[in-house]
Write a protein that binds this ligand. Structure first.
Ligand code: SAH
Ligand code: SF4
Ligand code: F3S
Length: 452
């Protein structure tokens, strides 16, 4: 841990922080990490700041995936500084996550108000860094030890009804546009026993649904309790045996790491929800090759057919990038054709954003912003049409909704269907209940349900 001995301007190092706030951006793995950092601060007796109140310690848990996401950090730091000046007491600021990993030194140089920079593989050291910050020392820790972090984290004591559990981290795929292999490091799998144990603790703490997370979650491998080597399906079967756990999900998968056992699990494990997030990025094979995706459009479609055969009616979601360097209009049209063929229930689509140090950023044929805007609009119109069609196809079905929060109206509750639709209904319920409803018509973002 490198320490630099300067007290950030306008900070007094009176007592340690009494309250904290962790703000997570980016993917669900950052949400998981944010929760773990919060738990470590809880153990230190630092309390979560009340809604609307300034915190003594702010952790910005950042995302580097696209330029806009990365720039947010500096505007957030500026806002915190301003609020601190107004209140006469600047908060301690820690920058965590993928921007910390990628631009740690630059942050330290550019933002004197930041006293801690901690990467995604080093955040178990946050409490020690807070101590150093209180003593007036700025510190940076962006080490990437294999998996020391998890062993050093506290036992799970709190959980929402729907919990995240990181099982795999890092990425060896090196898609040519992507920063993740650089910010999260090489693929590692957490051990089977540690994961079953963490899942059991989460269920004891109130989780009824667990989503297994990894940048390449289906690359997870381990040895089960009998010493047999298993893939993600083996872990899912183990979680299936945990009483009180009712739903299992996993994300994000890569087409190249799919195996027969995982496909079959969708037909065998009732707790495994009928939903698959499988990014494709493009429907054109030349673009896919230039992206280093290691799958073709056809291969992707055949894979989805096998999932749908194992679990009919399953919801498919995906990620797309428009305007990858060199993408022609005809190549983009292949993406639209693939979309029409799949019929996505949900999707995330982005304009290509050149990221420093990635091969695609240096490729010829960078696509003009207006062209990307126009392609994104057309793609999103098609994806919206399909998600409406999917919701319509489920209307009239009766299913369980896991209640996650109160709605805005009196007596209204909001939860998720098995297909991950957001469902709102009126009735007697509580957070964490599994309520049986009949699905009605759906709007763009949610479906109405009627309890049965
Ligand atoms: N491991 C996952 C998620 C990666 S990040 C996967 O392989 O799909 C989530 C999504 O962000 C990606 O699927 C991709 O669609 C998008 N993305 C990644 N890098 C990007 C970039 N440079 N510009 C635009 N979108 C990007
Ligand atoms: Fe990024 Fe590709 Fe790895 Fe996904 S598989 S994290 S898009 S490099
Ligand atoms: Fe962003 Fe890092 Fe996740 S770059 S998407 S927070 S892995």
């Amino acid at each position: 841990m490198a320490e630099i001995d300067i007290l950030p301007a306008n900070r007094t190092s009176a007592d340690g922080p009494k309250t904290y706030r962790v703000k997570s951006f980016g993917c669900q793995m950052n949400v998981y990490d944010g929760e773990r950092m919060a738990e470590m601060l809880d153990e230190r007796g630092i309390l979560p700041a009340a809604e609307g109140e300034d915190a003594d310690l702010v952790v910005l848990n950042t995302c580097h995936i696209r330029e806009k996401a990365a720039e947010k950090v500096y505007s957030d730091i500026g806002r915190l500084e301003k609020a601190g000046r107004k209140a006469g007491k600047a908060p301690l600021i820690a920058v965590a996550g993928c921007v910390a990993q990628a631009e740690g030194e630059e942050i330290m140089a550019r933002a004197p108000a930041v006293s801690m920079v901690v990467g995604p593989q080093a955040y178990h050291r946050l409490p020690a860094m807070v101590d150093a910050a209180v003593a007036g020392q700025r510190s940076t820790d962006t080490d990437m030890p294999a998996d020391a972090k998890f062993a050093a984290l506290p036992r799970r004591r709190k959980s929402a009804p729907s919990a995240f559990l990181t099982v795999q981290e890092g990425c060896d795929k090196f898609c040519t546009y992507c920063v993740v292999p650089y910010t999260r490091g090489a693929e590692i799998s957490r051990p089977y026993a540690a994961l079953v144990e963490e899942a059991e603790r989460l269920v004891e703490a109130g989780a009824r649904e667990i989503t297994l997370l990894g940048q390449n979650v289906n690359a997870w491998t381990g040895s089960d309790d009998k010493g047999r080597s298993v893939g993600l399906a083996g872990l899912i079967h183990a979680l299936d045996r945990i009483g009180g756990l009712e739903r299992i999900r996993y994300t994000t998968s890569h087409p190249a790491d799919m195996d027969d056992a995982l496909i079959a699990a969708h037909g065998e494990v009732a707790k495994l929800m009928p939903y698959l997030h499988l990014p494709v990025q493009s429907g054109n094979d030349r673009v896919l090759r230039a992206m280093n995706r290691s799958h073709t459009a056809e291969g992707y479609l055949r894979l989805l057919e096998r999932f749908r055969a194992a679990r009919p009616g399953m919801a498919i979601s995906g990620d797309f990038i428009v305007g990858f360097p060199g993408e022609t209009e005809a190549e983009f049209a292949d993406t639209l054709s693939l979309v029409a063929e799949v019929g996505y229930a949900a999707a995330f689509s982005f304009k290509y954003s050149p990221r420093p140090g990635t091969p695609a950023a240096a490729m010829d044929g960078q696509v003009a912003e207006e062209v990307m805007d126009e392609r994104l609009q057309r793609l999103q119109a098609a994806l919206q049409r399909d998600s409406r069609a999917f919701n319509h196809s489920k209307s009239g079905e009766t299913c369980d909704v896991l209640v996650e929060r109160k709605g805005r109206r009196e007596g209204q509750w909001i939860g998720k269907s098995p297909w991950l639709q957001s469902v709102h209904f009126y009735g007697d319920a509580a957070i964490g209940d599994m309520v049986r409803v009949t699905l009605g018509e759906a709007g763009p973002n949610s479906a109405a349900g009627t309890p049965v």
